[in-house]
Design a protein around this ligand. Structure first.
Ligand code: MIC
Ligand code: SF4
Length: 639
């Protein structure tokens, strides 16, 4: 039986477990990445594990999220990450070197290897044939310490690409089409593997846009083969020694096949407030635009910005539009600066931001009240831009640049521009902003904003607690633990952050949780989609949350709850969700046995209603909760 790419990589990396769909397997992690907003927690946890030097082939710490430095907090966090990384054998990519996923793709990716990153868009590296997963910080700390990472052996969906994109239709439109078909929860437990004749027509950066946004499907990861075009990319990056071919067998077997004829695709947009709320751009008439933002780990490559510069060259941004552009890396910025494209962009009236996540995570450039913002990013969740009433539409760089000129959302095919071939341009190679580690002699410097993280406790056998919040479907980690310019500086200060938990949904939540000595969260399906931030588990843990009962969970958030000793329980009958109201009293009985048997009894004691919930955990995850969280569990195991 022929093997697909996933089979091929995983068979070389499985440490324990049977490679059968849905079964837990542990895989060896070759490389890791962290970024700063999840990185402080990750390295505090790495320090708690007490190892001298990371055991991975290469680990890299990036600083790209918390770049505003309005006070001392961000700069202190950067210094902590720089010193703790150096001490433990981790390379440090300085602030200004670029967005972790873009720089990793350019300078650290390696086909056929595994990558674990403390950021949900880590699958970007699947664009060159890596098996790359996002995870909570603790899982990444453990991977750095040499622990294998547990996943459910995934279902593998082949995305069969045929034909060729029309002019001005982008790879962003491919992933938006897949999101339309599969939805933001369609990818849970799955890997999307790309194949077919159409693959050859896509460059590495175009592929990486697609694998990046596979995160929005909720997928474990997404992957492309490593072929001649991948080889050219490595050659241009001066890294041929890291390259190898990786192809699926001709007769490879898949769980399902999705066919996409690239020639039929049209420019698409994801309307507010979800990446799967898709519409053809041509169908949205007369949408006046106030702001346009180009950049983020999805669309900030050299090729993307060259296309944008070509469209803007010799023209002016519409008077009513604020166009902001953040290149993905210093390499990209320097190349467009040296070849004159940056001059074309500046002369059009665009505002240039530094090479970082910036507006994508609400670090500046929040749109005005009720305004419309087009963004080439990957997420348009409610409130994420920093302005609750803003209407954010996700689009390709082509659609963004053309719309910047017209002042309204415009189908870019109305302004066809011929792009020259950018593949042959020489990349500027300069890794001087990546600092090699020095080792144990380094003094770790911790600023006063870096506080201890909360530690889970072992669960009681009977949990008697109040419902302190009830929410609906598709709640994102941006709802649970919002991130913006005001809150990101406190990512290493959970007591402070906890005061803002669920802030955009219910401002009273932290007070209610504290008054009740903690409590239980009730949620709909796909709870915790989006970011990998374990703060969405740590802040509830700090507030005393003991369990979340949901219709279903997003993969990374479920692991973060388990790691922090919070019970992730699922309704057996979704109708039971309707029976529960805010402030009901919930009694969970037989918790310890239930964790192992997969079912726990629930009693709404103030209503006299009984039902059972599922507790779908691997044997190890059940043990982790019983041990009072993964850190305790690992420490107990290694003595
Ligand atoms: C995001 O895009 O939401 C983030 C910010 O990059 C997060 C990580 C974080 O919350 O720090 C992610 O995607 O995991
Ligand atoms: Fe940064 Fe946005 Fe990418 Fe997250 S999605 S890593 S915030 S650019």
């Amino acid at each position: 039986m022929g093997k697909n790419l996933v089979n091929k990589i995983l068979e070389k990396h499985i440490v324990t477990g049977t490679p059968m769909k849905g079964e837990p397997v542990k895989i060896k992690i070759d490389r890791t990445l962290t970024q700063d907003s999840t990185g402080t927690m990750t390295y505090l946890q790495l320090e708690a594990i007490e190892i001298d030097k990371v055991k991975t082939e290469k680990s890299v710490a990036f600083v790209d999220h918390n770049m505003l430095q309005q006070g001392f907090e961000n700069a202190d966090d950067h210094k902590y990450i720089e010193t703790v990384a150096s001490k433990h054998g981790v390379y440090f990519s300085k602030p200004g070197n670029g967005i972790c996923h873009q720089v990793f793709l350019e300078r650290f990716s390696k086909p056929g290897q595994t990558l674990l990153g403390s950021d949900s868009h880590t699958p970007t590296a699947g664009g060159v044939g890596m098996f790359a997963c996002g995870a909570g910080g603790l899982d990444v700390a453990l991977a750095m310490a040499g622990e294998p990472y547990e996943i459910k052996y995934p279902e593998v969906i082949k995305v069969n690409l045929t034909g060729k994109l029309q002019d001005m239709v982008a790879s962003k439109d491919i992933i938006l089409e897949i999101l339309r078909r599969e939805t933001v929860k369609g990818g849970v437990g799955k890997v999307y593997e790309y194949g077919g004749e159409g693959v050859k027509s896509l460059s590495v950066p175009q592929r990486a846009t697609i694998t990046n946004m596979g995160a929005e499907l909720g997928a474990t990861t997404s992957i492309f083969p490593s072929d001649e075009r991948t080889m050219e990319f490595f050659e241009k990056q001066g890294r041929l020694e890291d390259f190898s071919f990786l192809q699926a067998d001709e007769d490879a077997v898949y769980d399902r096949v999705i066919d996409i004829d690239l020639s039929e695709l049209e420019p698409l947009t994801a309307k507010p407030h979800s990446p799967d709320n898709i519409e053809e751009v041509k169908n949205i008439k007369d949408l006046k635009v106030d702001q346009i933002a180009i950049g983020s780990c999805t669309n900030s490559s050299y090729e993307d910005l060259m296309k944008v510069a070509t469209i803007l060259k010799g023209k002016k941004v519409s008077p009513g539009v604020s166009l902001v552009i953040a290149p993905g890396s210093r390499q990209v910025m320097e190349m467009i600066a040296r070849n004159g494209a940056l001059g074309d962009i500046i002369s059009s009236g665009a505002r240039i931001l530094e090479n970082s996540c910036g507006p994508c995570i609400g670090m500046g450039q929040s749109p005005g009240t009720d305004s419309v913002s087009l963004r080439t990013f990957n997420r348009n969740f409610y409130g994420r831009s920093g302005t609750l009433s803003a209407q954010v539409y996700l689009v390709s760089p082509e659609t963004a640049a053309v719309s910047a000129l017209t002042g309204q959302l415009t189908d870019p095919r109305e302004h066809v521009v011929e792009f020259r071939k950018f593949d042959d341009d020489e990349f500027i190679i300069d890794d001087s902003m990546v600092i090699a580690p020095e080792g144990q002699g380094v003094e770790v410097i911790k600023g006063p904003n870096i506080k201890a993280f909360p530690i889970a406790k072992r669960p009681e056998d009977v949990i008697d607690s109040k419902v302190v919040i009830k929410v609906g479907d598709n709640i994102t980690t941006d709802h649970i633990m919002p991130s913006n310019a005001k809150l990101l500086p406190y990512r290493s200060n959970i007591p402070y952050l906890a005061e803002y938990c669920f802030n955009t949904v219910d401002e009273d939540f932290p007070r209610r949780a504290k008054e009740n000595g903690g409590g239980i969260i009730i949620a709909g399906s796909n709870y915790g989609q989006g970011s990998s931030r374990e703060h969405a588990a740590l802040a509830p843990l700090f507030l005393g949350i003991k369990a979340v009962i949901a219709k279903s969970f997003a993969r990374i958030h479920k692991s973060n709850l388990i790691n922090n000793g919070i019970l992730p329980l699922e309704f057996k009958n979704e109708e039971d969700y309707e029976k529960i109201d805010l402030e009901d009293n919930i009694v969970l009985e037989g918790v310890k046995d239930g964790l192992k048997n997969g079912e726990i009894k629930v009693r709404i004691s103030n209503k006299g209603v009984d039902f059972s919930v599922k507790c779908e955990l691997s044997e190890e995850d059940a043990k982790v909760i019983l041990d009072g969280g993964r850190l305790n569990s690992v420490k107990m195991r290694v003595g």
